[in-house]
Design a protein around this ligand. Structure first.
Ligand code: S3P
Length: 173
């Protein structure tokens, strides 16, 4: 299989850590879109949001997607909001197999509890769980267009990777 394998899903679903594990297992290079943006901007994502605003971040994200979707044989982890852009979703889907990691809003709340790292969740005060539920709702229609969804709530990382690999075999030919 020469196509890319792309992990998407909401913040806190484990895209980066599982992406690294999957890349090791498949013997492929791994690219995390958020990390690529940070490396190229020499700035953290919260800082990019703070100094230049979300729209600028989304432009950098679109540029990264355009570049990576022209390459093959990669494991790619997206940011949680990457595929809410119709062009990003189309380019990524055309470049390989798109896998969406899911979990419950309460679990996302627990996993993303540290403030300052996820600018789209900050500023909501005590309504952080409500913000998570609202964004999940808004983004569901995009996540639902993935080729395959894996619920990460109960499974260990090894179980999740095995499940993804089983499904990737279907796309081999
Ligand atoms: C975002 C998710 C983040 C990062 C940025 C915006 C979002 O990525 O791209 O803060 O809109 O959901 P992670 O899902 O890797 O935290």
């Amino acid at each position: 299989m020469k196509d890319n394998v792309i992990l998407t899903g909401f913040m806190g679903t484990g895209k980066t850590s599982l992406g690294k594990m999957l890349a090791t297992k498949l013997g492929r290079p791994f690219v995390d879109i958020d990390k690529k943006i940070e490396d190229e901007a020499h700035m953290s994502i919260p800082k990019i949001f703070e100094q230049f605003g979300e729209e600028h971040f989304r432009e950098l994200e679109r540029a990264a997607v355009r570049e990576l979707s022209n390459r093959r044989g990669l494991v790619i982890s997206t940011g949680g909001g990457t595929i809410k852009d119709e062009d990003n979703l189309r380019l990524l889907k055309n470049s390989g197999v798109l896998i969406c990691l899911t979990t419950e809003p309460e679990e996302i709340f627990r996993r993303t509890a540290r403030r300052g790292e996820r600018p789209v969740l900050d500023g909501g005060g005590n309504e952080r769980l409500e913000t998570i539920k609202r964004l999940l709702d808004e983004r569901k229609k995009f996540y639902d267009r993935a080729d395959y969804q894996v619920d990460t709530t109960e499974w260990s990382p090894i179980q999740i990777i095995d499940d993804i690999c089983r499904h990737l075999r279907q796309f081999r030919n």
